[in-house]
Design a protein around this ligand. Structure first.
Ligand SMILES: Cc1cc2nc3c(=O)[nH]c(=O)nc-3n(C[C@H](O)[C@H](O)[C@H](O)COP(=O)(O)OP(=O)(O)OC[C@H]3O[C@@H](n4cnc5c(N)ncnc54)[C@H](O)[C@@H]3O)c2cc1C
Length: 320
């Protein structure tokens, strides 16, 4: 029997996937009805759709706004516009609810009898516990009736201290900021109207060397499947849940499951280690050199996965 703690995107996807495949699985999440999910809701519709197809769903009815252009800006550079390649915002809460609709959850107490316990509790790591190399930033977000830009907009703070975003939501906007400084966040968000205020810490370090403990195995943000440069965690967390599903199908021993799963995580997301190192270098004021070129290429690949047609040539041209 498998028990999943946490029904965010990763836990909900895994719960549905295992149920559909005939596994004996229960799940628990203490989230209150009406809770506003702290997330920008931006994702790559093409990638997300392929995963939703695995559980008999599709992205279509959940899309709120599709990006035409994605604008990057920063403390020392003006606006650079990239074409979108799938970036959109989705009704994330309804999507999560629909993923698990009609499934029998079971109580938290069922955990005691589980052969495998899945930690899908995101930032909490409620079952796996703290990790010494964890790295988190503050993140705060408003649901706002207006914003300064009509399209998807990112403003990068000086010295790798995070970024500010404006994402259209089919009539309204998510305006938010993630940073290691609450002062920077408050300053950037001041002046924006807000109908809802939400926020939490966001994990920006891959913790793949510690994805399991005994019969507990972590998925999603609990193990750091969040891009260290963009904060994208929806598709990566679902991907990690699919990797765990595949491992659960193949093996029954928790150690074998964890081994197989961990190898897949490293293969797909191992480059997050390099992106985290790049961000750390920028944050500590170390000059970037030729040796960082491969990390810059990985950053490009990462932004493309998020649904942005990121062109290095545009950035270089901008600074010449
Ligand atoms: C402000 C903000 C903006 C973001 N914007 C974007 C974005 O635009 N695009 C993007 O791709 N990513 C974004 N992210 C990241 C993304 O939201 C997460 O990485 C992703 O949702 C992680 O999914 P998850 O299922 O692993 O965790 P979560 O979605 O965080 O789900 C964890 C679940 O565990 C539950 N839980 C907690 N403790 C327990 C417990 N003890 N027992 C049982 N359940 C528990 C919680 O209630 C929650 O439902 C953003 C994050 C933040 C904070």
């Amino acid at each position: 029997m498998i028990h999943i703690s946490g029904l965010g995107v990763a836990g909900s996807y895994l719960f549905r996937r295992l149920n559909d495949d005939g596994f004996d699985v229960s799940a628990y999440d203490p989230k209150r009805e009406g809770y506003y999910l702290p997330c920008g809701y931006a994702t790559n519709e093409f990638l997300l759709d392929t995963y939703l197809n695995n559980i008999g769903m599709g992205i279509g009815e959940y899309v709120l706004s599709r990006a035409q252009n994605v604008i990057f800006s920063g403390h020392n550079f003006g606006e650079i516009s990239f074409n979108a390649r799938g970036m959109c915002t989705i009704e994330k809460k309804r999507l999560e609810e629909d993923m698990v609709r009609g499934l029998h959850r079971g109580a938290s107490a069922k955990m005691e009898n589980a052969d495998v316990m899945v930690d899908a509790t995101g930032i909490s790591r409620a079952l796996l516990g703290p990790h010494p190399e964890d790295y988190r930033m503050y993140a705060r977000e408003y649901l706002s009736p207006g914003s300064a830009h009509d399209d998807f907009y990112f403003y990068f703070f000086e010295g790798g201290h995070g970024y500010f975003w404006e994402f259209p939501l089919g009539g309204k906007y998510h305006v938010g900021a993630g940073s290691d400084s609450l002062e920077i966040i408050n300053e950037k968000l001041s002046g924006y109207a807000r109908e809802v205020v939400t926020g939490r810490m966001i994990r920006l370090a891959p913790l793949f060397d510690n994805v399991s403990r005994g019969n507990i195995i972590g998925v999603g943000e609990a193990v750091g499947t969040v891009s260290p440069i963009s904060g994208e965690g929806i598709v990566p967390s679902i991907k990690s849940a699919e990797f765990l599903f595949q491992a659960l199908k193949k093996h029954s021993e928790p150690e074998r499951i964890a081994e197989d799963y961990k190898a897949k995580l490293f293969r797909e997301f191992g480059y997050y280690e390099k992106l985290r190192a790049l961000v750390y270098k920028i944050q500590s004021g170390t000059k970037l050199g030729l040796s960082d070129l491969s990390s810059a290429r990985l950053a490009k690949k990462d932004l493309e996965m998020f649904g942005i047609d990121f062109k290095m040539s545009k950035v270089i041209r901008h600074f010449l």
